[in-house]
Ligand binder design. Structure first.
Ligand SMILES: Cc1cc2nc3c(=O)[nH]c(=O)nc-3n(C[C@H](O)[C@H](O)[C@H](O)COP(=O)(O)O)c2cc1C
Length: 399
């Protein structure tokens, strides 16, 4: 049971905030609903007042003697913004405070969870994406919208996340899910770059997002998280200790150094298997370029972690385009993993550089858990749930 502020902004999905509010009340949370002027055009304050048995707050100016924005900012244990419009997201990122909801968001020192919902073009706009990155860097928990049918009668990203995902994010910030408390988790993520010369390299399309979300969720569940992150523009989650690396060798060195004593290691990084034998010190001129590039194997991080038994539970990732599970099972055995997560990077709209993924977790004891297709943040939640079961099965030691 928690004291919450539920901020509702002016988007079509405002009606879904009603069902969410009802769920919060049913679980015993005390909810103060704050609506923007825009929100009141979509849905009546009366509905929320009836559900919460409390007045709905809509204006900064109604009861100045109580200084409502400061009172609410202090009393609430967390603030939820559902739906978060493009407008509210931009204003939050810039620190604009021209209504009650934005004043509370600026004044609170408690966690904020936002669930964006809008037209796909508005969501994809660099301004919105930039503001979301700013908010994520400040520690705001963002529940990514889903891809689906939008009010504009088209399919795209921008539909409000499922209530379970919003509640899971809320529970995570409230520290209700503490299944990894006291544990140390090591995550590798992102691509590596293998230099040919100072301006050219071999790499791949990974952005590290899946691993970053897995690190974020492990932190939310109370773990101490070390993230070894290859070159990417995606920001590491707040609260996670991040070591930035560039080459496979650097990733190997960092991961092997951090592994001893870790309870779980999740190797999501798309490590280059090969590197040029020669990395030229100066840029190779066009007319001096060799006709072929001689390559050598890079050190195998996962196999080394497995061989040396450096961590208690080792999980690999396999990104494949065919015969997924057969390849993955072979990798599970040959690298002595405890579990492996498989994603089909050939499915349109999922995998490298996209907001969504499909994942299947195969454990050493033969269990197979299909996590389905979902935004990567949501998959990270399902991933840790699946892993908790696999770890119990493998060690009989409950988390
Ligand atoms: C029919 C209609 C639907 C809208 N749906 C959304 C939406 O889903 N998401 C969004 O960000 N803005 C949406 N807007 C635009 C916002 O209502 C507008 O930006 C408004 O200024 C938001 O105010 P607020 O953020 O203070 O609530 C919609 C506007 C209309 C007229």
């Amino acid at each position: 049971m928690a004291r919450l502020v539920l901020g509702v902004a002016g988007g079509i999905a405002a009606y879904k905030a009603v069902a969410l509010c009802s769920t919060l009340v049913q679980r015993g949370d005390d909810v103060d609903v704050v609506m923007t002027d825009g929100a009141q055009r979509f849905i009546g304050a009366l509905t929320f007042a009836a559900l919460t048995h409390r007045p709905v707050l809509t204006s900064l100016w109604d009861a100045p003697e109580t200084i409502p924005h400061i009172a609410l900012a202090r009393s609430a244990e967390a603030m939820l913004l559902v739906p978060a419009t493009a407008n509210v997201i931009a204003k939050l990122a810039l620190g604009i405070a021209d209504d009650l909801l934005l004043n509370i968001a600026l004044a609170t020192r408690r966690p904020i969870v936002i669930a964006p919902a809008m037209n796909a073009a508005m969501y994809d706009h660099p301004a919105t994406q930039g503001h979301l990155r700013t908010l994520a860097e400040r520690g705001v928990a963002i529940v990514a919208p889903e891809t689906g049918f939008l009010a504009e009668r088209e399919v795209g990203v921008g539909r409000l996340a499922a209530p379970e995902a919003i509640l899971a994010a809320l529970d995570a910030v409230l520290g209700r899910t503490s299944s990894l408390r006291g544990q140390r988790v090591l995550v590798t993520a992102g691509p590596t770059r293998e230099p040919i010369d100072p301006v050219r390299f071999l790499s791949n399309a990974s952005t590290g997002t899946m691993g970053i979300e897995i690190a974020r969720e492990a932190h939310a569940r109370g773990a101490r998280v070390d993230l070894v992150l290859g070159p990417t523009l995606v920001a590491p989650p707040p609260g996670v200790r991040c070591v930035r690396v560039t080459t496979a060798q650097e990733m190997f060195d960092a991961a092997i150094a951090l592994a001893p004593g870790a309870d779980v290691a999740i190797a999501t990084a798309a490590v280059s298997d090969f590197r040029p034998v020669v990395a030229h010190a100066h840029k190779v001129k066009k007319d001096a370029a060799p006709a072929s590039l001689e390559l050598e194997r890079t050190p195998d991080i996962l196999a080394t972690l497995g061989e040396r038994k450096l961590v208690k539970f080792l999980v690999g990732f396999a990104a494949e385009t065919r015969d997924l599970e057969a390849y993955a099972l072979e990798k599970l055995r040959s690298k002595q993993l405890d579990a492996i997560a498989v994603n089909d990077v050939s499915v349109e709209g999922t995998g490298f550089g996209t907001g969504e993924n499909t994942l299947v977790v195969l454990a050493r004891d033969g269990t197979r858990t299909d996590l389905g297709r979902a935004p990567k943040a949501e998959l990270a939640i399902r991933f840790w749930d699946a892993l908790a079961r696999a770890r119990v099965a493998s060690t009989e030691a409950p988390l």
